[in-house]
Design a protein around this ligand. Structure first.
Ligand code: NCD
Length: 311
């Protein structure tokens, strides 16, 4: 553990200080320009083994961690749960012990159970990065979101951010509700009653009306409805979701004139967001979020493996 970042793992935003969060964002900055170059090969993770163990579907997060590790020189091995012995009934901890025996230097894990990354970290001898645990946390997503806001707006502090949609089932919301207030933003959540969490931190206001919730905000963060985490009755009871909660151009006009629109992906066009908003380069940061995600993951891989590298 280094003094600069006194944590062995990155399991969530919870437990990080605002200094820790800023440190990771500052570390990520150097990789943005690097990633825009033609040759993108650094060597600080040369000879290190990175395992990406994904027990849930992923497009951008898995690929982003793979590219990040390779650009730093690591040997990256992807463990796909769909074709593994998990299907034969092996427990998560037994799977973790198996992976640990292969002596990885960093493990990136995504799993459908809340707390899975923390459980696995108890038996791993290397740093563990949580790439999403159930409805818990998704810390690298929150970091890349904060970096995107900081670069587009010049700061996070003092901004009004509305996180809209399926808050209850979203680990992206879970992590952003921790990181953004820690960086000084005023966060509110907006969604149908059934998709709001049972309890919220005192400083976060909840709105069930989208127009009211986004009035005057600087950042509108849209989330997908996570039907895979709902029972059928809840999913069917959502009614005309686009009519009530879809972000249209007309609705976006209620936010601050220069408000940005974010979405972690995967997005459902015509459900929570209209194409003419999602594809507007002046307002939408969706592509930039993906781009900065690689830089953030490079920073996390670099910082967490510094001890092992003796640096
Ligand atoms: C999110 C996730 O998996 O938590 N996607 C992502 O990582 N960018 C959000 C989602 O699945 O809706």
């Amino acid at each position: 553990m280094s003094h600069a970042f006194p944590h062995r793992h990155l399991l969530g935003i919870e437990g990080l200080s605002s200094h820790d969060i800023r440190f990771l964002l500052d570390e990520a900055e150097q990789w943005i320009a690097f990633n825009r170059g033609v040759r993108k090969q650094d060597h600080r993770l040369d000879g290190l083994t990175q395992i990406n163990a994904f027990f849930e579907n992923s497009t951008r997060t898995l690929f982003s961690f793979e590219i990040a590790g390779k650009r730093l020189g690591a040997q990256v091995a992807n463990f796909h749960a769909a074709t593994s012995s998990v299907k034969k009934g092996e427990s998560l901890i037994d799977t973790a012990l198996t992976l640990n025996a292969m002596r990885p230097d960093v493990l990136v894990i995504r799993h459908e159970a809340n707390g899975a990354a923390a459980d696995v970290a108890t038996v791993m001898e290397c740093p563990v990065i949580n790439a999403g645990d159930g409805r818990g946390e998704h810390p690298t997503q929150a970091l890349l979101d904060a970096l995107t806001i900081r670069r587009r707006k010049g700061r996070v502090e003092g901004l009004k951010v509305a996180i809209c949609g399926d808050i209850r089932h979203s680990r992206v919301a879970g992590s952003n509700m921790r990181s953004l207030p820690a960086l000084g933003a005023e966060v509110r959540v907006v969604g149908p009653e059934a998709l709001l969490p049972a309890s919220l931190p005192e400083h976060i206001r909840a709105f069930t009306d989208l127009d009211e919730g986004i009035a005057g905000v600087d950042v509108v963060m849209m989330l997908r409805i996570q039907r895979e985490r709902m029972d059928a009755a809840l999913s069917e009871g959502l009614g005309d979701y686009h009519g009530r909660y879809g972000l249209t151009r007309a609705r976006l006009a209620l936010a601050a004139p220069d408000a940005i629109v974010m979405h972690p992906g995967p997005m459902n066009r015509g459900v929570e967001i209209d194409s003419n908003v999602a594809d507007d380069p002046e307002r939408s940061t969706i592509r930039e979020q993906v781009e900065l995600g690689v830089a953030v993951r490079m920073a996390c891989l670099d910082v967490l493996t510094r001890n092992r590298r003796g640096g």
